[in-house]
Design a protein around this ligand. Structure first.
Ligand code: FAD
Length: 345
């Protein structure tokens, strides 16, 4: 039986989930207050590695496979290009890191992600790489602002998108009516704003502010994403995204000179040539204390759900997690405790 579903929040989480419901033959309505401060600001980088300990990212094999086919499919559906495969040059920050890299490269499960590269071969003599460089394969970046705008327009064109704040007074959770329309289920995908709503309290969602620069450099000339202390992503026309800061428990939306200095200092560990700062942006990531997402059902009302906590790796996780979330709501397939809301109870 086809359901009628209301999704509050049309960032990455809400949009991917709405698309899953539609593909499975259900009716959706997205409600968004038009204050997106995360999905559109994101660098959209999908990196299969966590460099801190030189490990593969959580569930990366599954997440990547689904993400690549999902974004490719959506490029066709939306009629735009936003998916960009890229390789990452990791400039090691110590000999220890290089040692870990060599150990990992010899393991079968890292074969498809790690490779050796010659400094001459990558043509970047101006880089600071005193401990050497490694290459990460299978990465990509999503042009986040272009993707989110086009995805929202897709639902607007089908009259499945309303702009506005979720008004508590318009919702009767006993009858599941919002603004006189009856829904089978309501899902909250409001990112860092979860704490402002009366549901799923106390919220497990924390606010982690992030600032990011766009720089222009004629000298840098690279097709690789560079990484050491910060990331550099070439986005075309000699422009590069450089970021980002991690300002824990900070929900202010102003760009600061301190953040600009921090990113410039980190960049100088990698590259010391000429560049101009074109743009500085700010957003707030919805994070959790254990760095895992949150998929869950309300304890008070079995028709209210939360899909949130995508954190720093939303663009990698959202395609598969939105599918799992849809299966949870439609077929009662409970997500594992590791990323279930119940782990906080
Ligand atoms: C600087 C920065 C860089 C990042 N870089 C990367 C990266 O390189 N790779 C990566 O994978 N991730 C990155 N991220 C993280 C990524 O952006 C998040 O994981 C993802 O965007 C979270 O999506 P979301 O839909 O949960 O939240 P959001 O994008 O915040 O969307 C929530 C939506 O809910 C709406 N809303 C909120 N409250 C209400 C309400 N009461 N009524 C109606 N609507 C409401 C808002 O308007 C908003 O559109 C970055 C984030 C930042 C800030």
């Amino acid at each position: 039986m086809s359901k009628n579903i209301l999704i509050i929040g049309a960032g990455l989480a809400g949009l991917t989930l709405a698309y899953r419901f539609k593909k499975k033959g259900h009716r959706v309505m997205l409600l968004d207050k038009g204050e997106n401060h995360s999905s559109t600001v994101a660098a959209g980088m999908v990196n299969p590695m966590v460099f801190r300990r030189m490990n593969k990212s959580w569930r990366v094999d599954e997440f990547l496979e689904e993400a690549v086919s999902f974004y490719r499919e959506l490029e066709g559906v939306l009629g735009i290009e936003f998916f960009h495969p890229i390789s990452i040059l990791r400039c090691f920050s110590s000999l220890q890191e290089k040692k870990w890299w060599i150990e990992k490269s010899e393991k079968k499960e890292y074969e498809k992600y790690l490779a050796a590269i010659d400094e001459e071969e990558c043509g970047l003599r101006s880089l600071h790489c005193e401990f050497g460089i490694g290459l990460v394969k299978q990465a990509f970046w999503i042009n986040a602002a272009v993707f989110i705008k086009a995805f929202q327009k897709y639902f607007m064109a089908k009259k499945e998108f309303t702009t506005g704040d979720f008004k508590f007074g318009l919702f009767d959770s006993a009858t599941m009516c919002y603004d006189d329309e009856k829904y089978d289920d309501v899902i909250f995908c409001v990112g860092h704003a979860q704490g402002e709503l009366p549901y799923f309290q106390p919220t497990p969602i924390q606010k982690t502010k992030g600032q990011i620069l766009t720089i222009q450099s004629e000298e840098l000339q690279t097709e690789y994403s560079l990484n050491r202390k910060c990331y550099v992503i070439p986005v075309g026309n000699n422009l590069y995204k450089v970021g980002a800061t991690y300002e824990w428990h900070n929900a202010t939306l102003n760009c600061t000179s301190e953040a600009q200095e921090e990113i410039k200092n980190k960049l100088s560990c990698l590259y010391q040539g000429d560049y101009q700062i074109i743009h500085q942006e700010v957003g707030i990531r919805p994070t959790t204390i254990d760095r895992r997402p949150v998929l869950g059902r309300s304890y008070e009302n079995p028709h209210l759900f939360i899909f949130n906590g995508l954190g720093t790796k939303g663009y990698m996780m959202a395609p598969l997690l939105s599918d799992e979330m849809a299966d949870f709501i439609l077929d009662n397939k409970e997500p594992p405790m590791e990323y279930n809301l119940k782990r906080f109870s």
